[in-house]
Design a protein around this ligand. Structure first.
Ligand SMILES: CC(=O)[C@@H](O)[C@H](O)COP(=O)(O)O
Ligand SMILES: NCC(=O)COP(=O)(O)O
Length: 237
């Protein structure tokens, strides 16, 4: 079975747009778990434009499923992860001004750095995952870092799949097979959605976990809007 971890960044974006505390990210994390999510993912960015570092602390006592914190391991992020001790830390090589994650690690070039930070997290009992493009030599490089898992960056697959190109999954299948043979766990994320998730999952049997945010929150709005409009209309009769 593949675990679904819900990325709640977008809930924090909505909250921050008005100030205040609506919607409440802690309540949302409680609710997604009550509805069946098997994990909660956050990706605090240095500018705290959505999830704030304080949110990571506030979520710790309520996330009883898998708590996954993603981000670029700058010193401030490393301190946050060591203080909150999530189930898993996913290392992502974001540039400081990136709108969203847009590339995986060069695991060969950054080997020494990754070995060092991964060792520190693992010594603190935190499972590690590193965000990678679906490139075989990057998976081999990931193995050399000592990480427990990789997260396959699925943006390219999602885009190509939306254009009808199902073969776009092939590099992901090859990388997942290689990871399996190297005893690396396989996660995936970015732009996964109700449209593409079933095909992706069926193509990759050893997929342990997906983290989904942008599409899942958007779909929740669309699938809920009819119901909410009717609730307002009833109150306005
Ligand atoms: C690593 C990854 O693909 C996601 O964590 C994604 O980057 C979410 O971050 P934003 O919500 O800031 O786009
Ligand atoms: N690691 C991927 C993630 O957490 C969510 O990415 P997206 O679904 O918001 O594109």
């Amino acid at each position: 079975m593949t675990k679904l971890s819900v990325n709640i960044n977008k809930i924090a974006t909505l909250r921050n747009s008005r100030g205040g505390d609506v919607p409440n990210v802690v309540q949302f994390a409680k609710d997604v778990q009550r509805f069946g999510a098997e994990g909660v993912t956050i990706h605090p960015r240095p500018d705290e434009r959505h999830i704030r570092y304080q949110d990571a602390h506030d979520l710790k006592p309520v996330v009883y499923t898998e708590y996954n914190i993603e981000g670029n391991p700058i010193p401030k992020f490393i301190d946050l992860v060591l203080a909150t001790k999530p189930t898993q830390v996913t290392l992502v090589p974001d540039s400081i001004d990136a709108i969203t994650s847009n590339a995986g690690w060069d695991t060969i070039k950054n080997k020494d750095f990754l070995v060092e930070v991964i060792k520190e997290f693992k010594n603190n009992g935190i499972r590690t995952s590193i965000f990678v493009d679906p490139v075989l030599k990057q998976i081999e490089g990931a193995k050399e870092t000592g990480t427990d898992r990789i997260e396959l960056y699925t943006e390219a697959f999602a885009h190509q799949y939306s254009l009808g190109n199902k073969d776009a999954v092939i590099p992901y299948v090859d990388c997942a097979k290689l990871a399996d043979s190297l005893d690396l766990g396989v996660n995936a994320g970015h732009d996964l959605s109700l449209d593409n998730i079933e095909f992706f999952k069926q193509s990759i049997p050893n997929l342990l976990e997906v983290s989904i945010g942008h599409a899942l929150i958007t779909e929740s709005l669309y699938l809920g809007v009819e119901n909410v409009i009717n609730m307002y209309k009833n109150k306005l009769k």
